[in-house]
Design a protein around this ligand. Structure first.
Ligand SMILES: *Cc1c(COP(=O)(O)O)cnc(C)c1O
Length: 420
């Protein structure tokens, strides 16, 4: 049996783990240890040679365990499993989505470089890119939604920055508007901006529709980033992140992770392995319910507009629809909608939810609703909120695994409190 032929969901229960190495335990134990005993000094010496990169593994030689900042079974098995969904050569797991993103950006950007990025970005990423990287003389440059890639190249050339671009970071769909960015077109642009000596990398934050329904590596991207706190973890009980890509790129990310100490611990690794077993079940249920909720909301008199990828139309949203069909296999389970009456209307709705929780974060088993304008996106400048379509009436809703009829009952009774 060739494991590579099995679907990822069939492999999440056992892939990469040998019960015979752990007293026959069917499930991978939590290796709650900071350090690992070497059988003999020669082994310790050999493992360090590999870890430091002073020589490569010989044929048939295996890297041994040293210290949990460098490697740990819960982390290594989890990384092997996570890589299957995106068909990545390698994965690296981190203690948060932010540490996955920041470690990756630090590894591939140097003073003088320009980072092109989509907008809006997740609040933490936005702050890091605009305020922290700037202190290291790394400039951020915004790619506008709907902008032709030829236009962007022209803008960069006019500003004298085209030759400085080292990386493009996309977050698609954009949060909370579900605006799509074209991964394949970005890869094409990155190729044009690079040259024989310099490769311009494309990294995609795939938290919203991955790892099930979007595979950026297949579309030519170099790196995929995740907040594993969201769908991958899926139970609002763990903060974690991941980066996936080719072996040479991931070897660099893992090396910096060792020095920044931003790896996930064994307990986080174990929780995520447990979550991966139900990833597909959860996401499919969430997406099926989201379609039902979106339909209900779009016909409700207190709702002005619904932002749901399943509503993109080839007639009225031609270019977004075109990206959607090329890039995604499902509209996913994240909805935003404008409630009548601006902030007061949105707050009346949020304050009266009985089943869904009024909380930030997303992708969890329980439904979560929040107000991007004053919460997750409070840090976005006023004029940018306008430009990006972030309104005071907007509610963002992450659909959970509850019965859809119960979620609709909850929406209906909360919407009854909205004036008008
Ligand atoms: C939550 C989130 C992050 C940050 O991840 P943490 O796990 O909270 O550190 C980054 N990107 C996106 C799209 C997110 O939703």
């Amino acid at each position: 049996m060739n494991n590579k032929d099995l679907a990822p969901e069939s492999l999440m229960m056992g892939y990469g783990y040998d019960p015979q190495l752990s007293e026959g335990a069917v499930k991978c134990p939590i290796f709650q240890t900071s350090t690992f005993a070497f059988k003999k000094a020669e082994d310790g010496k050999a493992f360090f040679e590999i870890a430091k990169g002073s020589r490569k593994l010989e044929e048939g030689e295996h890297m041994g365990l040293i210290y949990s900042r460098i490697n740990n079974p819960d982390l290594e098995i989890l990384e092997d499993r996570l890589a299957l969904w995106d068909k990545a050569e390698m994965a690296a797991v981190f203690e948060s989505g932010m540490s996955a993103i920041t470690t990756t950006l630090f590894e591939f950007l140097s003073p003088g470089d320009v980072l092109v990025h989509s907008s809006p970005l997740y609040g933490g990423t936005d702050h890091f890119v605009k305020h922290v990287l700037q202190r290291f003389n790394i400039q951020s440059y915004e790619l506008h939604a709907g902008e032709e890639y030829g236009q962007l190249k022209e803008r960069l050339e006019q500003d004298g920055l085209a030759h400085k671009v080292a990386m493009v970071l996309l977050e698609t769909p954009a949060n909370p508007t579900n605006t799509l960015f074209d991964i394949a077109a970005t890869v094409g642009l990155a190729k044009k901006l690079g040259n024989g000596e310099k490769q311009v990398l494309v990294a995609v934050d795939n938290t919203y529709l991955g790892p099930l329904w979007c595979h950026p590596l297949e579309l030519g991207a170099d790196l995929v980033l995740y907040s594993a706190t969201k769908y991958i973890g899926g139970h609002s009980d763990v903060i974690a992140g991941a980066v996936l890509g080719s072996k040479p790129l991931l070897a660099r990310v893992k090396k910096l992770r060792t020095y920044l100490g931003s790896m996930a611990g064994p307990w986080t690794g174990w929780l995520l392995m447990r979550s991966l077993e139900t990833l597909k079940l959860r996401m499919e249920r969430q997406a099926a319910s989201a379609a039902i909720l979106a339909k209900f909301l779009s016909g409700h008199p207190k709702v002005e507009k619904v932002y749901y990828l399943g509503f993109l139309s080839p007639q009225t949203d031609a270019s977004q629809y075109d990206i959607f069909v090329r890039q995604y296999h499902s509209p996913g389970a994240m909805l935003s909608f404008d409630v009548r009456g601006g902030e007061a209307g949105a707050f009346a709705f949020l304050n009266n939810l009985k089943l869904a929780h009024l909380a930030v974060s997303l992708g969890s088993t329980e439904s979560l609703a929040q107000h991007p304008y004053s919460m997750t996106h409070a840090g976005v400048a006023e004029e940018d909120k306008d430009r990006l379509g972030l309104t005071p009436s907007m509610v963002r809703y992450s659909v959970g695994v509850e019965h859809p009829d119960d979620l609709i009952w909850d929406l209906e009774q909360a919407l009854a409190f909205v004036p008008g």
